[in-house]
Design a binder for this molecule. Structure first.
Ligand SMILES: [Zn+2]
Ligand SMILES: [Zn+2]
Length: 295
């Protein structure tokens, strides 16, 4: 593969497990490992990569949908792994067998570190997991930020992602579906809190902000299986953008990360890319990666 390729591939997305792979000019990074080592290895194989050949793993927080495969993955392949001290505490409490800590690295919010040719900046996220972070990745003028598991689009998050070329942002739930759905009341309140997850309408507002500030690729992810659907999330975001007059916005792509299998790669730095069309007179969304019906 050419060394100037910049690609982002969500492998899995949702409460059943999260993982995103990026290859920035040959530096290969996995963000979160929320499926089994076997599933992660297979998914990486499907996109022409290998679980053995990763330069680093970054973990956002210690909820199981972000790290369930990490224990086996690091014991098997000995990868450099990065997380905040509080997240490491959660990881070590949940692992079945200890692994050598030689390759474990503690990170701090806002302290940029370099892996290969990529600068990685962790930033705090408002979520009910101590030490939870999102990440911004930058290399040779290209950039990507991962922002899932946020109760609201906080000032910290906004500061970190403003101007990023591609952003994977959470569109977790539709409010009506959540409050009329089967979750116990306490869980509904937790999801809806400022430290829970991002609803579709708040996601839509954040997407508008991102597009106004130069983001060209939006990926919606971490959709709830019970309280959302790909079509509902997409419609809420697109309707908001139309309402806000984004009809004549500069070209952008808006895609959905699949729950159970790798999504179509987002390629940065292409002269042209397939764009999303907001015109209501034709299809409301011309080019969008459809998530599977099981999501
Ligand atoms: Zn979480
Ligand atoms: Zn999560």
């Amino acid at each position: 593969m050419s060394s100037d390729v910049f690609r982002i591939i969500p492998l899995f997305s949702g409460s059943s497990g999260n993982a995103v792979f990026i290859n920035f000019a040959g530096t290969k990074i996995l963000i979160d490992a929320g499926r089994s080592c076997k599933q992660l290895s297979e998914a990486l194989g499907q996109v022409g990569e290998s679980a053995e050949r990763l330069d680093a793993i970054f973990i956002t927080h210690d909820h199981s949908d972000h790290l369930s495969g990490l224990d086996v993955l690091v014991r098997k392949f000995n990868h450099h792994t990065y997380a905040t001290p509080m997240t490491w505490r959660g990881i070590r409490n949940s692992q079945k067998k200890p692994h050598s800590q030689d390759l474990d690295h503690e990170i701090e919010p806002w302290k940029t570190l370099r892996v290969g040719c990529v600068d990685v900046t962790p930033f705090p996220t408002p979520h009910d997991a101590e030490g939870s972070v999102g990440y911004r990745f930058e290399s040779m003028g290209r950039s990507f930020a991962l922002v899932t598991d946020i109760g609201h689009f906080s000032e910290d998050v906004k500061r970190a992602v403003t101007g990023t070329e591609a952003v994977l942002i959470e569109a977790n739930y539709n409010k009506d579906m959540l409050f009329s759905g089967p979750y116990p009341w306490m869980l509904k309140k937790r999801v809806d809190s400022d430290y829970g997850h991002l609803c579709n309408t708040d996601c839509a507002k954040a997407v508008a902000y991102l597009l106004e500030n130069g983001t060209q690729h939006i990926i919606l992810g971490h959709l709830s299986q019970e309280n959302n659907s790909p079509s509902v999330a997409r419609r809420e975001v697109m309707d908001y953008l139309l309402d806000q007059g984004f009809l004549n916005a500069p070209p952008f792509s808006l895609t959905l990360a699949n729950r159970h299998y790798p999504s179509t790669p987002i390629l940065l730095g292409q002269d042209s890319f397939e764009t999303t069309t907001l015109s209501p007179s034709i299809a409301p969304c011309r080019i969008i990666t459809e998530a599977g019906s099981t999501t």
